[in-house]
Design a protein around this ligand. Sequence first.
Ligand code: NAP
Length: 488
Amino acid sequence: MTSQEEINQVVHLAHEAFRELRKSNFQQRAELMNTIADEIEALGDELLQTAHEETHLPLARLTGEKGRTVMQWRTYGAALAAGSVLDVRIDTALPDRTPPRPDIRKTYVGLGPVVVFGASNFPFAFSTAGGDTASAIAAGCPVIVKAHSAHTRTAGIMAAAIQRGVKKAGYPEGTFAQVFSNSREISQSLVKHPLVKAVGFTGSYAGGKALFDIAHQRPEPIPGFSEMGSVNPVFVLPEKMKNAPVETAQQYVASLTLGVGQFCTNPGIIIVPEDCQEFLTALVAAAEQVAPCKMLHEGMAEAYVQTKAAVSSQENVRVLMGASSSEKGIGSASLALASAGDFLANNTLQEEGFGPFGLVVTYRSPEQMTDIARKIHGQLTCTILGEEAEIREYEELLLCITEKCGRLLFNGFPTGVEVVSAMHHSGPFPACTDSRFTSVGPDAIRRFARPVSYQNVPDAYLPDELKNSNPLGLYRLVNGKITQEALD
Ligand code: NAP
């Protein structure tokens, strides 16, 4: 376990590394990211086997997640080098204008040392070497990871790979560090340290909100970006329910139970028309086919049983299928039913049961469905299942749910999250503490960078991306036009 004194040393090393990282340009940092990606890619069976033992996630899933993690480092680096994330603007001087316009050029600089807290359900892609770490380093920030207690050995292997990459690429030791702590006090002291300048968090609402509050209540407040829980409601329109009740039920159960429901994009609530017996029968039949599985850890399974019990025991909520396994650490699919009226009157029904628990909410009229959309908290995703022809009648519903989420889906399920430039993995509070920024896709880099304008600064003192000769070959917005050309 890392002591308070060691935390202080680690933060000071990160602070020193920040000065060095500040001298690197976009291309050099992209090279650093590729070197780190090479090291992670070279990790073999030991990594996969260790993660499998610590998380109970299947090897096939972990193999895919490792590939995604490597791809995140490479694509974020490529987007940085291409200038498409930290986009550069140049407005050249107009000396003959009255009054004369100075030369103004804008780029981004890293915020400083960033502390990262990862999630237990993605031991690679949202943990030590996950998107928060990759995007902070891309922004030019040294990173200190607080290793997740549920997979410390996996975290150690990943950290060693990143450290080898940092060394090979010639960057200082403080560019990346990892600390181990079970003590909230020690972990929180990282966020309170005056030399730390931002926090990236993925995990529970309780943890994300607590760390965000600490970041904001410091004498010098710093940005705290927390990605937290979400119930990802699915709204089923009447015609869709009439035409495809069985198919809808089967597809919903497949998404709900994927990975024992341990995804932040798990669709925990489905809102359906009142007259839906065929759907309910098919839903229970499909859920009964899903074998109970080991969850990430026993604490997670206990929390799952408690939250689903808390929701299912509310007044007028009917359990459709709810047997909990008597075996410790196992999660089994569960379903409950409530009316729209009860949902609207009781906030507890919006609680996330992190696991394969689905709440079916029945509406009597389209207006009631829209009332639900107005009532739901901020979400990572919202989904509409409907026939093409009927969707246009639900303009108000669409407007309401677009206000509530970071990603809107039509006739699909939200569980998978593509790592692409157009992805927005975020959402209004409480899904996230800042809905303007994403934690997936290269735009995630922006969370850890701040713009700086350079006014009338001689070319020799400008960062490479702003120099007249355009040595990095970037596409730049020069006097309102995107161009790759050098300036005279
Ligand atoms: P967690 O319990 O909040 O833990 C995340 C990390 O934060 C851990 O390292 C934990 O330390 C630390 N931490 C938590 N509370 C803290 C506090 N008050 N002070 C200092 N450190 C604290 O989350 P989890 O169990 O990994 O993940 C489950 C939850 O994450 C679910 O609710 C799920 O919806 C959400 N999730 C969200 C996303 C997303 O993208 N939004 C992705 C994955 C998961 P310890 O290691 O010491 O416990």
